[in-house]
Every structure is written in structure tokens, then in C-alpha cells.
Design a protein around this ligand. Structure first.
Ligand code: ADP
Ligand code: G6P
Length: 483
């Protein structure tokens, strides 16, 4: 994809996220080569920013390297640099070994480290300064996710003229977990700097409002518009739930293209023309419930309820946060379990679990989703889970079925999914069995419901709804005469 330098113009619409949509990888020439960044945040924001033609501020995935603003594949990006020390303390440390596990039900114990916190404050300051520079007078600045919780208040101090939105892509925990953080008051104050603090689900917004009340703010609970209002230092921060979505029309078009359909047929052929293809696609993360899912598959193959050759199971994982010990340990565990299942139940040329540890391109991923009869999305905890929505978008003909964790945010919307408790591996195994034996007409009705849902509530509707409320919040601020 083409990247060309661009002048750092000020913009009316600025997205701020830890990740840029592309990661730079060093090459021999010294110029980085760019590939798409991993994760759901980039999946959601890329089509939105492309349409709005704004600027994206974020980290380009490299260390100790200053990269000038550039335009990549038609999108203007302003890289923020991180040193190797900050990578370890701000990104791998406070963001991903403190906040990430704490906000995901402490699936692994969060680490508390004062040095990491100081680095988090420093890097958040840098992002706020970069946003203040990039925003035109009166611009809208939309800050994203748990790596940048302090940026809204910092930016308000630097640029009181701009409209500030904040959206959290991951769950917001109940107060008894959140208040374990020695710096919880600073974090609440940071988030409350926004005009609108957005969450995936109403329960995340409720958790946040309860914690803000403990911090001392007066709260107006949500009224008919489902928006809560928090009084903070003479102004009002609005809060609400805005479930993030996917570019469903784009995915449906891709999934029905001759190229993707053809590739889907070839994938089934490469898998040995099984009766049933079962697929999971995840970032390699302990929140995704991969070992628990493999335990259920182990039981199914052991009991002969799944048979290699007749049933082909595919697990694709994107490498993620590979220097963090818990992620390395998880990879080891998964690969041992896949090896065990294949050693015990596979045959020559017919493994029980086909395992790919890599990122695949957009078309290839769509082809896998099209080729799949049964999709397993079973995180232990997930703010939303876009893979589930992508699967539904890729099945306009209402074929296929989705087994979905009740602990994924997507479960609140995808009513056609077969819901499971991912910790209950026996029940997960029996649900796989039950779905495969469900009448086709029933599966098809469920899939049709999900496809319509993701088409109606797509990522553009999500952005419109969030930004619409943000501008109402800002108008309220002007009317009150406080900015
Ligand atoms: P998270 O944001 O925690 O990574 P999501 O399910 O919300 O989880 O989003 C993951 C995104 O990454 C989806 O758009 C999905 O298609 C993409 N993805 C996951 N694994 C792969 C892979 N191996 N190759 C390419 N894309 C992937
Ligand atoms: C999740 C987070 C994003 C993050 C992504 C990938 O989607 O909500 O903020 O960008 O995972 O993780 P990474 O650490 O590679 O940015």
C-alpha cells in the first residue's frame, strides 16, 4: 500500500488511538514497510475515518523512531513516537499488564507498578499534545480506548475550544475491581474530561457512573434518551452505550465476490472436502478462551462426536503482545494442546485441528468465514467481539451457525447465536453437537436474524449515533455557557 509524506495540516476531525491503522516494519532500505494493525479497534475505525477524511493520531508500532505525518492508502496519519522504555512501561506494562487484565475480570492478575503509571501519564501527555496540535479551532477530537484514559482531561486543559469524545472498546469493570487501581481517581478524572464518555454496553456505562458517584460527582441517571449525565466541576459529561460494529455492507460485497467464493471453495477442498468446517479466529489473547475451547474440541474428538476428515476444525490466531510473559505462556499452552489433540485423534493428512499462527489478509479472512459451517466465538470476556459480527456479515444467504460466549458484548445484539458459558467446556461440547444436529431451517432463521442485525447496525451507524450525541452534548455545553 502506498504511503506518501503529507504536511501536518490542522483538521476538523481527529481520531486519537494508541494504534495507527498500520504498523511500520523496518526494512533494509531504512524506510519502513507498512502492514495493517491487529485488533478490533482498527477494524472499526478505519472505514469511519476514511469516510470522514480526518487525521488519525497514533503509534506506528516502532520504537525510538520519529516518523513525519504521512498519508497511507488515502488516510492522513500523524505518528506519535514511543521509546523502547515506554514500550515496556506504558504499552506492555500499564496498558496491557495492568489495565487490560483488570478491565477483563482479572482473568490474569494485574500487575501494579508505580514506574509504569508514571510512564502512562507521560505518554498520555504526549498524545494530548499531539491532538492539540492537529485539531483545527472548534474541531471534534475522538479519543479511543484504555491506553489513553487520561487524554480527555489533558486535552481539555490544552484546548478548551474543541469537542472531546472518548470511547472505551473494552469492558468497564465494577467499582470493586476498578478501585483496586491506586490511581483510579486520576483515571476517572481523565475520562470525565470528555463531553461524551461512550461504552459498548449499558452495564459498562452504569459501572462508570457508579464509580464517578463514589468519586463525588452528582449523577443524573439515563432518561428516555438512555444518556446519563455526570456533573463535574461546573460542566456536564454525558455517558452512554454505543455498541461498536463492522463495515457490514463492505464485507457482504467481499463475501459474495467471485474471487472470495472461489477461494472459499478451494479452502474446503484443501481441508479435504469435509462435511463440516468449524472455525475460530482470534487475536492470541487470554481473554479469548482458546484453551477452554480446545478442551471442548478434545472431548468431542475423543468421544467420536467429531471425526477428522468428516469434520475439519480450523483455529487461526493473530500473534499479539508477544513480549508479555502471559501471552508467551498462553501460546505455549495452546500449541501443546493442539499438538496433543492432533497426536491423539488426527491421521496422516487429516489433522483434527488445523492451526495457523499468523495474520491473514482481508480477502482470505472473508473466504475462511464464507467456507465455515460453524463459527466458535467463545471469549471469557470481550467488550464486543467483531469476529462474530464479521461472520454474520459474510453470510447473506443465511447458511452457517454461530456459537457465541455470553460474556462477549456481541451477545447482547446477536440474538440468532447459540449462547454458551465458555468456562463450561462440557456444555460447550454438547452445544457443538446440538447445533450440528439442529434442523437446517432453524439454523438458517437464526443466521438470517444475525445478518439483518449487523447490516442495520453497521459501523457507520455506530459512528453517526456516537457523534450525533457528542454534538448534542457539546451544544448543551454552549447553552450552559461553560466551555
Ligand atoms: P480484539 O479487538 O480483541 O482483537 P475483535 O474480535 O473485536 O477482537 O477484533 C479482532 C479483529 O481482528 C477482527 O476484525 C478480526 O477479523 C481480525 N483478526 C483476528 N484474527 C485475525 C487473523 N489471524 N488475521 C487477520 N485478521 C484477524
Ligand atoms: C483490542 C484493543 C485495541 C488494540 C487491539 C490490538 O482491540 O481494544 O485498543 O489496538 O486489541 O492490540 P494491540 O496491543 O496490538 O494494539
Amino acid at each position: 500500500m502506498q504511503s506518501v509524506p503529507c504536511r501536518p495540516q490542522r483538521s476538523d476531525f481527529v481520531v486519537v488511538a494508541n494504534r495507527l491503522p498500520v504498523v511500520g516494519e523496518p526494512t533494509e532500505s531504512g524506510e519502513p514497510s507498512w502492514r495493517r494493525s491487529p485488533g478490533g479497534l482498527v477494524t472499526a475505525l478505519e472505514p469511519v475515518l476514511r469516510r470522514a477524511q480526518g487525521v488519525w493520531i497514533g503509534w506506528a508500532g516502532e520504537c525510538d523512531r520519529r516518523t513525519a505525518p504521512f498519508s497511507h492508502d488515502g488516510m492522513r496519519v500523524h505518528p506519535v513516537s514511543l521509546s523502547a522504555r515506554e514500550l515496556a512501561s506504558y504499552y506492555e506494562g500499564f496498558s496491557n499488564a495492568t489495565v487490560w487484565p483488570l478491565f477483563h475480570d482479572t482473568i490474569v492478575p494485574p500487575t501494579l507498578d508505580r514506574g509504569w503509571w508514571q510512564s502512562y501519564v507521560q505518554v498520555n501527555t504526549r498524545f494530548a499534545e499531539a491532538a492539540a496540535l492537529a485539531a483545527a479551532p472548534g474541531a471534534t477530537v475522538w479519543v479511543h480506548d484504555y491506553q489513553l484514559l487520561l487524554v480527555p482531561a489533558m486535552l481539555r486543559t490544552l484546548r478548551p475550544d474543541v469537542t472531546i469524545g472518548f470511547f472505551l472498546h473494552i469492558p468497564f469493570p465494577p467499582e470493586e475491581l476498578f478501585m483496586q487501581l491506586p490511581w483510579w481517581t486520576e483515571i476517572i478524572d481523565g475520562m470525565l474530561g470528555a463531553d461524551l464518555v461512550g461504552f459498548q454496553l449499558p452495564r459498562d456505562a452504569e459501572n462508570f457512573r457508579r464509580t464517578a458517584a463514589i468519586r463525588g460527582s452528582a449523577i443524573d441517571p439515563p432518561g428516555a434518551d438512555a444518556i446519563g449525565r455526570i456533573h463535574v466541576g461546573g460542566r456536564v459529561a454525558w455517558t452512554g452505550a454505543f455498541p461498536v460494529a463492522v463495515d457490514a455492507a463492505g464485507l457482504t460485497t467481499l463475501a459474495t465476490s467471485a474471487a472470495v467464493r472461489g477461494r472459499a471453495r478451494r479452502i474446503r477442498a484443501e481441508l479435504g472436502q469435509p462435511d463440516t468446517v468449524i472455525l475460530s479466529v482470534d487475536r492470541l489473547d487470554y481473554t479469548k478462551g482458546i484453551p477452554e475451547r480446545l478442551a471442548a474440541l478434545d472431548a468431542l474428538y475423543k468421544q467420536g462426536r467429531l471425526i477428522p476428515g468428516r469434520h475439519a476444525t480450523v483455529q487461526i490466531v493473530t500473534p499479539s503482545r508477544e513480549r508479555i510473559p502471559q501471552y508467551r505462556e498462553l501460546r505455549r499452552r495452546i500449541e501443546i494442546e493442539v499438538g496433543h489433540i492432533n497426536g491423539a485423534y488426527g491421521a496422516l493428512g487429516r489433522p483434527a485441528v488445523h492451526y495457523l499462527h499468523r495474520s491473514v489478509g482481508r480477502e482470505e479472512l472473508a473466504a475462511f468465514l464464507v467456507a465455515t459451517d460453524l463459527m466458535l466465538v467463545t471469549p471469557l470476556r470481550d467488550g464486543m467481539n467483531l469476529v462474530a459480527k464479521e461472520y454474520a456479515a459474510c453470510h447473506p444467504d443465511a447458511d452457517g451457525a454461530l456459537i457465541l460466549s455470553e460474556f462477549a458484548g456481541a451477545a447482547a445484539e446477536l440474538h440468532g447465536a447459540y449462547l454458551v458459558n465458555p468456562y463450561d467446556t462440557d456444555r460447550l461440547a454438547s452445544t457443538v453437537d446440538a447445533v450440528l444436529n439442529d434442523p437446517v431451517a432453524q439454523r438458517s432463521r437464526r443466521m438470517d436474524t444475525m445478518h439483518r442485525q449487523v447490516r442495520r447496525h453497521d459501523v457507520h451507524a455506530w459512528a453517526r449515533s456516537y457523534l450525533g450525541v457528542l454534538h448534542r452534548a457539546r451544544a448543551g455545553r454552549t447553552v450552559l455557557g461553560v466551555s
